[in-house]
Design a protein around this ligand. Structure first.
Ligand code: ADP
Ligand code: MG
Ligand code: MG
Length: 916
């Protein structure tokens, strides 16, 4: 099998390749193979090919993970053989042999999926050690302390990850030995002490697993590999993937790599870092290291690591090389790199590189800096910022005046910027429970562990007492864009007692705490917040000149505008919303819901009179009162849009939404009657109740709403079109540009639209005659019921534009009521029937096919048909990609989502083609 033929003639019917080698300047894989090799494997291959110092090893592909699950936790013999061959190859490259007592090869077994999932899966170091090999390692290195330190680490990691023995069981023994010897730090233990630790660990492993600790390295390797595959499906990994929408089926790769040792003494160490500050984006070498340490020691917060710049003093040569390599990596990947390294006896080894997770704030700073440094083009810079992360820049900060008034209780490391304020909870579970009760919480922990992820996700901020800038809490906090402070060392946390102490102040569960993730200051109080700098500029209270971050944000979005094809409009009902949307860059309104104006001050009684009227004359009287109010609203909205198109929808919701609740009225009537208060008040209540009962519907969502209202009460459509067109005429007379688009909702029959369009056109003719001016206007419809999509070709004979109302379209395509779906959608997601909530992100297969059909049939009739979308999906990144693909003209989103939509539309244009 291992016989190699040189014949190039025909490709042999060689079996699929499942294992990829890297070492000595050459790798089977490269950076483009993340699907197969995972991010870590692809990075190791790429670095190897680039000639960087990477310990040799091999990657077992993600396909094997899927096979492992398909075969019910078995690996086929052929793949086992392929792995064994690679072990041999690795032994050769390393010049050492697994299990040898002369020169034992030790390896790490590391997980690594396509998307990095920090701390979600498990790594095992120093595999290959056993009772004999450890003596061999000692002899060879003349360093007994090191050999036994490595062995105890191995037993602990293997015991925990593979044999599933809780970490505490080992920690307990370790602490006992430390205490007995009066050792403060791990590094204070000598060989003798570590031998004792190893003995105790082996006993623990045997007691808990019921068998002796496995001594055969080949057996160890198989067990470790399978444990990595199993960890893919552990609860926290599943939760992590759910939060980040990572599919389960992609699987993880396993990397087996020769060990290098940061724990041989004071000329060795290990560390992690970033090529730029991932919290602020500042151009500075950023990271931490520990002397005489291994692997996760830096991130686990066991000892406090040193800032990476101090490495320059300790080991200048290695530091210089590290800077050179990482700068090169940043240029090569054209992105900030998050790297891991180990120094063994002053020799540097690179163990990982990947694009660094960063806050939204840092992402914008880095992208704009990269362009200034000519590292990337504007087009590439756009793709460096996750559209969703822009939201972080809009989050409020503290009011500086208020903030100053309160004394600082303690300061920690500013791991992730932003203002957090809320009630203190000490566990992730509490964080979730309290949040479900509508409270805002700050999660305070000694340190966070990957199992805390659900609590971190819901908290306003994360505050830990230990850990450095690359600890779990810091990395995850930044990635989630959550304000985070770590290593607030003065904080003494008593988790069991649900309290913490800072100096002489005691903080109990439920007390308010606030902190600033940019400065690292923590205060024990609730502090009022202030809008973000960007929002201040956008709303005109701060000059753009004074805000560096606003200018960068604006620059980035202006680049994005150059590349996007989709237009960006806003869903805005009132002039001030329209103003904000325009300032955020919306050019046009995709949906102005007229009924929202009905809720304005003093209007509800008039609206109720309109609804309660049981004859046309009374209804017209009420409508006459509404007309000037609506006209003023429309005037304001048009004006704020500075001549961009404004789509106004005629009345849509079931009328009972404007009336008091039937149950409340019944109570009122009964109360008046028992109190003996007969007379006018009672009669009015009774009349109201009667009409409310008449209007009562069994299923209002499918009832008398949308175009059906305009058809049964044409005078409503008349009034609304009059208000729109009179407002438009007024602007036109004032010399301003105005483009009204009148939109009829819930159309399924072309005749419905024709009926309404006739009314609008008649009113328009009247208004233009009265006003002595003419305004160009369009009449179109919302496409939001399946019949509308199916008969879009007919509807387009009347409609001058379509706007897909994907909220109703999702309800009606699925037959899910949006307001009731909460009860079962979660179960559907848990059972993997649905990946995502179809109301948040468009179901491209079903609802999306409806949209595509509407587009195609509509354009067949009318090639220049304007096509938009105004559902909730208009602000969702994944949905925007889809709308770009089906060729819509624009998306419309709520004002605060406009920046996200602008950037997402550019991403779509740069990564998918229309019609793909
Ligand atoms: P994670 O995905 O959680 O970062 P890794 O697989 O990167 O896990 O392993 C964690 C750490 O273990 C690395 O940062 C590195 O310090 C250490 N490590 C992994 N493999 C080796 C190796 N071959 N030699 C030395 N240290 C290693
Ligand atoms: Mg790990
Ligand atoms: Mg790592």
């Amino acid at each position: 099998m291992s016989k190699k033929t040189k014949a190039k003639s025909k490709p042999s019917s060689k079996a699929r390749k499942y294992v990829y080698f890297f070492g000595a300047g050459k790798a089977d894989g490269n950076r483009t193979m993340k699907d197969l090799l995972g991010g870590k494997g692809a990075g190791l291959a790429e670095m190897t090919n680039a000639g960087l110092p990477v310990p040799p090893g091999f990657t077992i592909s993600t396909e094997v993970c899927n096979i492992y699950y398909k075969e019910k936790a078995k690996i086929p013999a052929a793949i086992d053989r392929e792995i064994e061959e690679h072990v041999k190859k690795l032994e050769k490259a390393a010049g050492a042999t697994l299990g040898s007592t002369e020169n034992p090869l030790l390896v790490s077994v590391r997980s690594g999926a396509k998307f990095s999932m920090p701390g979600m899966m498990d790594t095992i170091l120093n595999l290959g050690l056993n009772d004999d090999a450890v003596e061999g390692l000692k002899r060879r290195t003349q360093n007994g302390r090191f050999a036994f330190d490595s062995y105890r680490r191995f037993i602990q990691m293997f015991g925990n990850v593979v044999l599933e023995i809780p970490k505490d069981a080992f920690e307990h023994e370790f602490e006992a030995v430390k205490k007995a010897r009066g050792a403060k730090l791990d590094t204070d233990l000598d060989e003798q002490a570590l031998r004792e630790v190893v003995d105790r660990y082996k006993k623990t492993a045997k007691a808990k697993s019921g068998r002796d600790f496995p001594q055969d390295p080949h057996q160890q390797l198989k067990m470790a590999r399978d444990a990595v595959f199993r960890s893919w499906m552990n609860a926290r990994a599943i939760e992590y993937r759910r939060i980040y929408d990572i599919p389960d089926h992609i699987g993880t790769a396993v990397n087996v790599q020769m060990m290098v040792f940061g724990n041989t003494g004071d000329r060795s160490g290990t560390g992690v870092g970033f090529t730029r500050n991932p919290a602020t984006g500042a151009k500075e070498f950023y990271g931490e290291f520990l002397i005489n340490a291994q692997g996760e020691d830096v991130v686990a917060g066991i000892r406090t690591p040193q800032p990476i710049r101090e490495l320059e003093q300790v080991m200048p040569k290695a530091y210089k090389q590290l800077r050179e390599i990482t700068t090169r990596l940043e240029r090569h990947y054209k992105d900030v790199q998050d790297f891991e390294f180990t120094i063994q006896d002053e020799k540097l080894f690179m163990l990982q590189t990947r694009s660094g997770k960063r806050t939204g704030y840092a992402a914008v700073v880095i992208a704009t800096d990269f362009v200034a440094e000519k590292l990337v083009t504007p087009k590439e810079a756009i793709l460096l910022v996750d559209p969703e992360s822009l939201n972080q820049l809009l989050a409020p900060g503290f009011d500086p005046g208020e903030w100053k008034k309160i004394p600082t209780a303690t300061t920690g490391l500013p791991a992730s910027p932003g203002a957090a304020s809320g009630q203190v909870v000490f566990t992730a579970d509490e964080a979730v429970a309290w949040t479900q009760q509508g409270k805002q919480v700050v999660l305070v922990r000694r340190e966070t562990v990957p199992d805390d992820i659900h609590g971190m996700f819901v908290a306003q901020g994360i505050l830990t007492a230990t850990g450095g800038m690359t600890s779990h809490a810091a990395v995850v906090g930044r990635q989630m864009g959550k304000p985070s402070i770590v290593g607030a060392a003065r904080l003494e946390i008593d988790e069991a007692g649900r309290k913490a102490r800072v100096g002489d102040q005691v903080v109990k569960e439920g007390d308010y705490i606030s902190f600033d993730g940019l400065s690292g200051e923590v205060k024990i109080a609730q502090v009022a917040s202030k809008p973000s700098e960007i929002l201040q500029v956008v709303s005109g209270t701060l000059s753009a000149k004074k805000s560096d971050i606003y200018r960068r944000f604006d620059t980035l979005l202006t680049w994005a505008d150059k590349f996007r094809r989709l237009g960006i409009r806003a869903n805005a009902d009132l002039p001030d919303q329209a103003k904000l949307a325009y300032a955020f860059g919306a050019r046009g309104i995709g949906l102005c819901r007229t009924e929202h104006m009905f809720f304005g001050e003093g209007r509800i009684p008039i609206v109720q009179r309109m609804i309660l009227a049981d004859n046309e004359a009374d209804r017209r009287k009420a409508l006459d009162e509404l007309l000037p109010l609506q006209r003023d609203d429309f005037y304001g909205v048009f004006k704020e849009m500075h001549g961009e198109a404004v789509t106004i929808r005629t009345i849509d919701p079931p009328l009972h939404e404007f009336l008091p609740k039937r149950e409340d009225l019944m109570v009122d009537v009964a109360r008046l009657e028992t109190a003996g208060k007969l007379g006018k008040a009672l009669d009015e209540k009774k009349a109201l109740l009667h009409r409310v009962e008449q209007l009562h519907e069994f299923n209002p969502m499918l009832g008398h709403r949308g175009v059906r209202l305009g058809i049964t009460y044409p005078e409503i459509t008349e009034m609304q079109s009059r208000a729109i067109l009179e407002a438009a005429c007024r602007l036109q007379k004032e010399g301003r540009k105005v483009i009204p688009e009148i939109m009829i909702p819930l159309v399924g029959l072309v005749k419905e639209l024709r009926d309404q369009k006739t009314i609008v056109d008649r009113v328009a003719a009247d208004v233009f005659k009265e006003q002595g001016v003419k305004v160009k206007y369009l009449v179109g419809t919302m496409i939001e019921i399946p019949r509308g999509c199916i008969t879009a070709d007919e509807i387009a004979t009347e409609a001058q534009f379509f706007s897909f109302g994907t909220n109703d379209l999702t309800q009606l395509t699925y037959g899910f009521s949006r307001d009731d779906a909460g009860k079962f959608l979660k179960v559907y997601q848990d059972k993997k029937m649905l990946d995502r909530d179809p109301f948040a992100s468009i179901d491209t297969v079903g609802v999306g096919a409806m949209v595509a059909m509407g587009v195609e049939r509509g354009r067949k009739t009318r090639p220049d048909l304007k096509l938009g979308i105004c559902g909730e999906h208009g602000g969702d990144t994944a949905s925007i990609h889809f709308f770009h693909k089906v060729g819509l003209t624009y998306v419309s989103a709520s004002p605060y989502r406009i920046p996200v939509a602008r950037l997402a539309a550019a991403h779509a244009a740069l990564s998918v083609k229309v019609g793909d």
